[in-house]
Design a protein around this ligand. Structure first.
Ligand code: FES
Length: 581
């Protein structure tokens, strides 16, 4: 049963302020739109739906989205709406430097302003690559116009010499295999050809698939959206149905603020634990919650994830890829299993107007090795762990399903790198004083330090350690990690080094204790010594001279609240701007 009460229809819509009259300004707005060949009756008061497209050939994961936009248009026309497609800044993960994360907030600003300034009543958000999903959701939340997401979908499985090749995951594995002398450069180059064999986003449960799953679990996409491969005809059907649905959402006035309640976020956090989702989801959900004025915290992540088993057997935590996840039934099966286990707010509303439970209650699991029964879970407690202690007073995160159980309780000698350049310069030095019991520490890779908080937290291991057959060491930084990566990696340490957090004063030779069971991250020096070092600390990071980089530096907040800009948190709605004509 839906708890949402639709508004009466028909009524005057927002777009009517532009198109719905006989005055000079109405004629002005309509007549220019008609140069695209739009018949007059399309301006009869029907919902005008934006299709917010992150298509770009510089974002290869989203390069097929124009085709999907056409499918969305079919659905919008069919349901009696007027579709208008528009581009926004596309944050492609694979090429943007210094990191796509630096541009997530820029893209979110673009979305928000485009929605508010244009004659739109609702929007379909077309996303795919990692940051495009949160950026579009953040921007849409800050206007609170009816919004629905359709994802581009993952690539087909990669295959190389009979083995699955997971996007990103295989790259990290093979680069370590080269350092260890297990494969040749020629092998690596040959494997490159098999890594990305179709349109779509990363085929692992990396950040793109995680965020598509988060959009579905939050209720912001139609049920089943997350896992359909990009090239499967059912992806086009999903786009078509999404186009149909947004028209009714506008008529009903079903908005993000109706859907994105605390219950919705709690559901998404639990789903993230069950799918072995990316640590990046922590930052993005905190930022999205900030846009709807919800006080979601790192403590919520730790509390809600504690009793959630990771049941989705996908790389990087497990064996399979998104294609198999789809064939097994996809995210609806996971949501049903959490609902059956009473670990879900079943009544949470989705874009369908129905409850999350209504959408999934009849689905079946078609492959119990891909989506495991709870008693065969990959990790019994798979939710993101939030660590605290004198090394991370504001918190740090770790993904248990991608970590080595034997390292979850560890005390080791710190080997410190002052920044990513220092790490790259020394990690392969055979004289580096390091062994597998050490803790690799990297500083100045947080939101302000890098800048943008790069995905470099899964530091590759020193070759001399790899040659012993060791595959994992404890690593700590204020960076993020690709959702496709793995290891006993402590990330998002807050406050970050570049603002004078305790991470900034760790020295090589200090002892560090990681105690995941007790959620503790401790630098084993006296409180007096720690304070002395902090007082003597000087910031090594220069503020950029100007431009967007300066805006980012001056306004980005910590990872513990989502790394949004301070002035962008909250919902500003979509009041009709003044007309200047
Ligand atoms: Fe775009 Fe992974 S690089 S989804």
């Amino acid at each position: 049963m839906s708890a949402f009460t639709p508004k009466p229809w028909p009524r005057k819509l927002r777009s009517g302020e532009w198109f719905g009259g006989t005055g000079r300004d109405h004629i002005y707005h309509r007549s220019w739109m008609k140069n695209q060949g739009l018949p007059a009756d399309l301006f009869d008061g029907r919902p005008v739906i934006g299709i917010c497209n992150t298509w770009s050939e510089l974002t290869p994961c989203n390069a097929h989205l124009r085709d999907l936009a056409e499918r969305v248009k079919h659905g919008i026309y069919e349901a009696g709406g007027l579709p208008v497609e528009f581009p926004v800044f596309s944050t492609g993960e694979s090429s943007l430097r210094p990191t796509a994360m630096m541009y997530r907030n820029l893209a979110a600003m673009d979305v928000e302003e485009a929605l508010r300034a244009n004659p739109l009543d609702g929007v379909v958000l077309l996303a795919g690559c990692d940051k495009t999903t949160p950026a579009l959701l953040m921007g849409a939340c800050s206007t609170d116009l009816p919004a629905i997401m359709v994802s581009g979908g993952p690539m087909l499985n990669g295959w190389f010499r009979g083995e699955r090749v997971g996007s990103g995951t295989a790259l990290w594995q093979m680069s370590e295999d080269i350092k260890a002398g297990n494969i040749s450069q020629a092998d690596f180059l040959e494997a490159e050809q098999s890594m990305s064999r179709s349109p779509g986003s990363c085929n692992t449960m990396g950040t793109a698939s995680t965020m598509a799953s988060m959009a579905e679990a939050l209720g912001m996409a139609l049920s089943g959206n997350a896992a359909i491969p990009a090239v499967d005809s059912r992806r086009r059907v999903m786009a078509h149905l999404t186009g149909r649905r947004i028209v009714q959402m506008v008529k009903d006035d079903l908005k993000p603020s109706d859907i994105l309640t605390r219950q919705a976020f709690e559901n998404a956090i639990r789903v993230n634990g069950a799918i072995g989702g990316s640590t990046n989801a922590v930052i993005h959900l905190l930022a999205i919650a900030g846009r709807v004025g919800l006080d979601l915290t790192l403590d919520d992540w730790d509390r809600l994830g504690r009793d959630i088993p990771t049941i989705v057997n996908l790389m990087p935590s497990g064996k399979y890829l998104m294609e198999e996840f789809f064939y097994a039934g996809g995210l609806p099966v996971v949501i049903k299993m959490l609902g059956d286990a009473q670990k879900l707010h079943r009544e949470a509303i989705t874009v369908s107007g129905d409850s999350l439970w209504d959408e999934v209650k009849d689905v079946r699991n078609w492959n119990e090795d891909v989506i495991r029964p709870v008693d065969k879970a990959l990790t019994a407690s798979g939710g993101i762990v939030v660590l605290k202690g004198n090394l991370a007073p504001g918190g740090a995160v770790l993904k248990p399903s991608a970590a080595t159980p034997a390292l979850m309780q560890h005390r080791g000698r710190a080997v410190v790198f002052e920044n990513i350049d220092d790490y790259k310069a020394r990690i392969e030095d055979e004289n580096l004083d390091v062994d597998e019991t050490c803790v690799l520490v990297m500083k100045n890779c947080g939101p302000r330090g890098y800048p943008g908080m790069a995905e470099v937290g899964n530091m590759g291991l020193p070759p001399k350690v790899l040659r012993k057959g060791i595959k994992d060491m404890v690593r700590i930084s204020d960076a993020r990690m690709s959702g496709t990566a793995y290891g006993t990696v402590v990330l998002h340490t807050t406050p970050e080094a570049a603002v004078g957090g305790p991470l900034a004063v760790v020295r090589s030779g200090d002892m560090i204790e990681l105690d995941v069971a007790n959620r503790r991250l401790h630098l084993d020096i006296s409180e007096g010594e720690l304070q002395q070092r902090l007082q003597a600390w000087q910031c090594p990071v220069q503020a950029p001279a100007g431009g967007y980089a300066r805006l980012f530096h001056d306004h980005v907040q910590g990872a513990d609240t989502g790394a949004d800009f301070d002035f962008l948190r909250g919902c500003r709605g979509a009041p009709i701007p003044k007309d200047s004509h």
